[in-house]
Design a protein around this ligand. Structure first.
Ligand code: UFG
Length: 324
């Protein structure tokens, strides 16, 4: 199939386009490079544009079979301080994108959603029917857009899968692409940069959570596994499969402390760190029940925490030496 990938120059988008290509699909990347990095889309057809620009999208939509929509603002913390940016980019502009899709023959849509739609879960693991009460504008915008997709399924015959990722992490096996965010706020890149001495010592946000070691638990899922789930979601829709929202996680929770310890065990290198106060809005524990992804898409996360840390470490050593 030919797939238009909005945000294909971002972290998850760029890994997904490689999974699409490996599965024999053709890719057109559409990105405004506001947070994406042009280097991540090298080797693919690339169009620079805004998702709100229907006139620019129309001719592209005429020559693709499906859309994968990653382009969004995606910092939880920033969404608390600048919510207008999130409602503008993730809702207002995304509505214009979906209007352009509905004006075209394309009806197959894969959406990059998030576990932030759940807010603070009542229990872990989290399945798709868990209560959805986002605690930040980022999660609220993603949940809103899931409602848009469901409404347009009913009224316009749109067919979609919304993939709710837990914590995307790791780097591509080629060593050519990995996680680049500016500013960087995510745990694993900050920890590895601290290990390389290119960032200050890691601050572990909170040591008094109600978890076995007092630090937060998350479900770190390899970004290439997330990419392969998008391919399976596309193929599920192409085969006439039902529209739905699906969790993407390993089903295993890992604490911040464990990340530091496993990295040390793997490399012999200690991540310089200190404990600090909790970060506002951090739920103590988030990990997925990925049963639906397995049953419906035939997906399972194939890479474990060691694979995540090893691939990310390889990438960061190379990337930091290039940018130093
Ligand atoms: N953390 C630290 N120190 C840091 C950075 C993070 O201790 O310097 C901790 C956080 O408190 C959290 C864990 O590491 O417990 C992971 O934090 P990240 O910032 O890497 O990721 P989040 O869990 O906050 O964010 C992820 C996704 C978002 C999603 C969110 C839902 O990246 O897209 O989960 O809560 F919205």
């Amino acid at each position: 199939m030919r797939v238009l990938v909005t945000g294909g120059s971002g972290y998850v988008g760029s890994h997904t386009v490689r999974e699409l290509a490996a599965a024999g699909h053709e890719v057109v990347i559409y990105d405004n490079l506001s947070t994406g990095d042009r280097r991540l889309s090298e080797g693919f057809e690339f169009i620079e544009g805004e998702i709100a620009d229907g006139a620019r999208l129309a001719p592209v939509l005429d020559r693709v079979d499906a859309v994968m929509h990653f382009a969004a603002s995606a910092y939880v913390g920033e969404s608390m301080t600048d919510p207008r940016k999130y409602f503008r980019n993730n809702v207002e502009s995304a509505l214009k994108l979906i209007d352009a899709v509905l004006a075209s023959p394309v009806r197959t849509f894969v959406f990059s959603s998030t576990c932030a739609v759940y807010g603070i879960p009542q229990a872990c693991p989290i399945d798709e029917e868990s209560r959805k009460e986002p605690i930040n504008p980022y999660g609220a915008t993603k949940l809103f857009f899931e409602h848009v997709l469901e409404a347009y399924r009913v009224t316009h015959g749109l067919r979609y899968v919304a993939l709710r990722y837990f914590n995307a992490a790791g780097a591509h096996a080629s060593g050519l692409i990995g996680e680049i965010h500016d500013p960087e706020t995510h745990l694993i890149p900050l920890a590895l940069k601290a290990a390389l001495g290119s960032a200050p010592p890691l601050t572990i946000f909170g040591s008094d959570f109600d978890t076995p070691d007092g630090t937060c638990i998350r479900d770190y899922t390899h970004v290439s596994d997330l990419g392969s789930a998008h391919v399976l979601a596309l193929e599920h829709l192409a085969e006439g499969g039902a529209s739905m929202s699906v969790n993407l996680g390993t089903g295993r929770g890992t604490s911040v402390r464990e990340i530091v310890d496993v990295f040390h065990a793997l490399t012999g290198i200690r991540i310089p760190h200190q404990y600090g106060p909790r970060r506002e809005g951090d739920p103590p524990c988030l990990y997925a029940n990925p049963a639906r992804a397995n049953e419906v898409l035939g997906w399972v996360a194939r890479r474990n925490l060691e694979d995540i840390l090893t691939s990310a470490w390889g990438w960061h050593q190379k990337f930091e030496s290039k940018t130093a």
